[in-house]
Write a protein that binds this ligand. Structure first.
Ligand code: HDD
Length: 741
């Protein structure tokens, strides 16, 4: 837990020499910041919360001097030497008696818990939910009563298929799980960044995930769906076609967790004090607006920075740019449900915002990173069945199945029934019950009585039910025979897939085609490829023809047999496009500025000022990490050395170099890649005249277009930063991509 200040790292150091003479052994821990006069660099120090005396570990901590806590065993015994095991003679065997060695290795051997079977790779942060519009008219849920009231929140974003150590820019659905610590219990809204799902019934979930994960014999490919098993299952599961359109769109390669929407997916219920139910679908809308990267860029980001998304969230929050989402609700009654084209219990369907507007009722702000990844992000346990009074389930068969799975999985992952005792999972409202014992029980109830009813009275007898405040399930009337059957109303698998496709801008449609061609090109069996194209024919003939052409299919297959004909005239929904819902400014984005020695100091200063003014950030990339000396003699440190800072890490780039710098960097392959990739990924590029040799060597000098903006003086900087708000110059893609020709 704590470190001693200066003990030698490899030499055997007698204990007596380690504790400085001016600190009495056993002196109480001062409680002062350990940074005071500490020889350990500030950033290596333990956070305050971890320096506090440990629960059950006694009131005092010994100090090794200068207010630094003494290293102890788990049982609190001070440690004299943590560099060497106890041996019989300097070169002799380790003694079994070495309890410190055995405890340390024992604990290390048990450091891992099973990773999540899905959504293993994730990243979390703390924040709050603030109600901006009361829902008291439709629900008794405490969190929705008082405008302006804040509820603590913890959010974990994730990918689905990859293991814990996989990369962030996998083409994958992103989890968007929100734990709201309400005054009437935790509410876990365990959603995704896509409002529909692959399957309609939870019984198919293990098959879906087995098919998506690495194939069982060879254990690859990691974190990708571009393989036979996935597309085999999908092509045999027509209900997944709407989701297929979403996952082949750029929604699955978001620029940042901050630039994704979140969805509760299922239809839930809000229930008022009289027991009246209103159906609801939940939406999280990012204040940062929507943004994704392009596929070739995603592939390269994974190499350059596999932690791209987690670093982005960490940096934004620590930089004070707190990400924010609005909570929106689509509210409707049974009459609307009956009149809607599709079954509201079918999780493969949306209700378009144009048909049922989203009412904004609150905001979610993430303003604090975790103190410890394992304690918080790894141990957080989301459970769909965690709903407070006033929020309830519908019969959506996916949701019903999830309500079993999430509780069950926590037992496996966290090792026992007391996972709610772990601080990140513990409610922040009073808890009183007679559940007790089990592994790692931390908060067993006090007193003699551990059952009810009992006759020990109100004070000694413990908590009692409260029929008024307590959770009451919506009194739905259910009837009918027991059947393993899918309702007829779930049978349309293509209409909304088509609606999604036709709602995309042409460039976004192209990306869907490209993604399908890429993924299916990794599929070895031609019959699976053809079977997918057969489904696409039921969605959009143009889409199917393009994918078939991209795959080099000899002929179009007949359309897949459809249980229901596609409704071809569902109105397009503008809310479904990413590009149409992009940001108005460059705020929250990152500019990469490539500098060389002698680069124009005024221009650099202008860029920094303009970027800062719009609330964006920048990083300097240079030939050496030590930085550069600008034209006026100013020294600027670099954040990235050129080969460690490729342009895929930035939303836009500026190449600001001197004549000598331009000539030198033009010969460097990493610098050529820097400009070629920025160009190929349709980014805005600012460049000084001296940078042109780099573009010439990169082979793109003659292609420079209006999104390659000349930077001469500081005055050009502000106009450049205005222009880059558009993020990408899409017309360029048609020139640089073989598939577009
Ligand atoms: Fe799930 C984790 C979202 C269907 C079973 N799921 C998990 C997480 C998210 C989702 C965001 C990660 C939570 C975290 O960060 O810890 N899952 C969804 C959505 C679904 C969905 C939006 C469909 C609408 N899931 C689903 C089904 C089942 C599961 C149908 C099983 C029948 N999901 C699990 C799980 C996980 C999980 C195995 C793994 C780790 C965990 O629960 O805590 O129980």
């Amino acid at each position: 837990m704590a470190r001693k200040p200066t003990a030698g790292t490899s030499k055997a150091t007698p204990a007596a020499k380690i504790i400085p003479a001016d600190v009495a052994p056993g002196a109480p821990f001062s409680g002062e910041s350990p940074q005071k006069a500490s020889p350990i660099p500030a950033d290596a120090m333990l956070s305050e919360s971890f320096a506090e005396p440990q629960a059950g570990g006694g009131e005092t901590h010994q100090t090794a001097g200068n207010g630094v806590a003494t290293l102890t065993t788990q049982h609190g015994v001070p440690i004299a030497d943590d560099q060497n095991s106890l041996k019989q003679g300097a070169r002799g065997p380790i003694l079994l008696e070495d309890f410190h060695f055995r405890e340390k290795i024992f604990h290390f051997d048990h450091e891992r818990i099973p990773e999540r079977v899905v959504h293993a790779r994730g990243y979390g942060a703390h924040g709050f939910f603030e109600l901006t519009d009361s829902l008291a008219d439709v629900t008794r849920a405490d969190i929705f009563q008082r405008v302006g009231e804040r509820t603590p929140a913890f959010v974990r974003f994730s990918t689905v298929a990859g293991s814990k150590g996989s990369f962030d820019l996998a083409r994958d659905v992103r989890g968007f799980a929100v734990k709201l610590y309400t005054q009437e219990g935790n509410w876990d809204l365990v959603g995704n960044n896509i409002p529909v799902f692959f399957i309609q019934d939870a019984i198919k979930f293990p098959d879906l995930i087995h098919a998506a994960k690495p194939e069982p014999d060879r254990a690859f490919p990691q974190a990708q769906t571009a393989h036979d098993n996935f597309w085999d299952f999908i092509s045999l599961t027509p209900e997944s076609m709407h989701m297929v359109m979403w996952i082949m769109s750029d929604r699955t390669i978001p620029r940042s967790f901050r630039t994704m929407e979140g969805f509760g997916v299922h239809t839930f219920r809000l229930v008022d004090a009289e027991g009246k139910s209103t159906f609801v679908k939940f939406h999280w809308k990012p204040k940062q607006a929507l943004q994704s990267v392009v596929w070739n860029e995603a592939v390269k980001i994974n190499g350059a920075d596999p932690d791209f998304h987690r670093r982005d969230l960490w940096d934004a929050i620590n930089g004070g740019d707190f990400p924010e989402w609005e909570l929106g609700v689509q509210l409707f009654d049974q009459e609307f449900a009956d009149s809607f084209e599709f079954d509201v219990l079918d999780a493969t369907k949306i209700i378009p915002e144009e048909i049922l507007p989203v009412r904004i009722v609150g905001r979610l702000v993430l303003d604090r990173v975790v103190d410890n990844f394992f304690a918080e992000t790894e141990q957080v346990a989301f459970c769909t069945q965690n709903v407070p009074p006033g929020i309830d389930f519908t019969n959506d068969p996916l949701l019903q199945g999830r309500n079993f799975s999430y509780l069950d999985t926590q037992l496996k992952r966290l090792g026992g029934p007391n996972f709610t005792h772990i601080p990140i999972n513990a409610p922040k409202c009073p808890v009183a019950h007679f559940q007790q014992d089990g592994h790692m029980a931390m908060t067993n109830p006090k007193g003699r009585v551990n059952y009810e009813p009992n006759s020990w009275g109100a004070t000694l007898g413990g908590p009692r039910e409260d029929p008024v405040r307590g959770f009451t399930s919506f009194a739905a009337t259910e009837e009918g025979p027991k059947l393993r059957i899918r309702p007829e109303s779930f049978a349309d698998h293509y209409s909304q897939a088509r609606q999604f496709y036709v709602s995309q801008l042409p460039i976004e449609q192209k990306h869907i085609v490209d993604a399908l061609v890429f993924e299916l090109s990794k599929v070895e069996r031609p019959d699976i490829r053809a079977r997918m194209v057969a489904h696409l024919l039921n969605i959009d003939e143009g889409l199917a023809a393009k994918v078939a052409d991209g795959l080099g299919l000899p002929a179009l297959p007949p359309p897949a047999q459809a249980a229901r004909p596609t409704i071809a005239n569902l109105a397009p929904s503008a809310a479904l496009s990413i590009v149409a819902n992009g940001p108005p400014t460059f705020k929250g984005r990152k500019l990469g500025i490539l500098l060389s020695d002698g680069a124009d100091a005024g221009l650099f200063d202008g860029l920094v000022k303009a970027i800062t003014k719009v609330g964006a950030v920048y990083e300097v990339i240079a030939p050496k990490i030590g930085g550069v000396t600008l034209s006026d003699g100013t020294k600027v440190a670099a954040k990235q050395k050129i080969d460690g800072g490729p342009s895929v890490l930035f939303d836009a780039v500026a190449v600001v170099v001197s004549e000598a710098g331009g000539a030198m960097l033009a010969t460097d392959a990493a610098t050529q890649d820097f400009v070629r990739d920025a160009f190929g990924h349709c980014k805005f590029i600012g460049l000084t005249q001296e940078a042109e040799p780099i573009f010439a060597k990169g082979g793109i000098a003659s292609d420079l277009d209006e999104a390659c903006i000349a930077l001469k003086t500081a005055k050009d900087a502000a106009a450049f930063v205005d222009a880059i708000a558009a993020l990408r110059h899409w017309p360029r893609e048609l020139k640089v991509d073989l598939d577009a020709k």
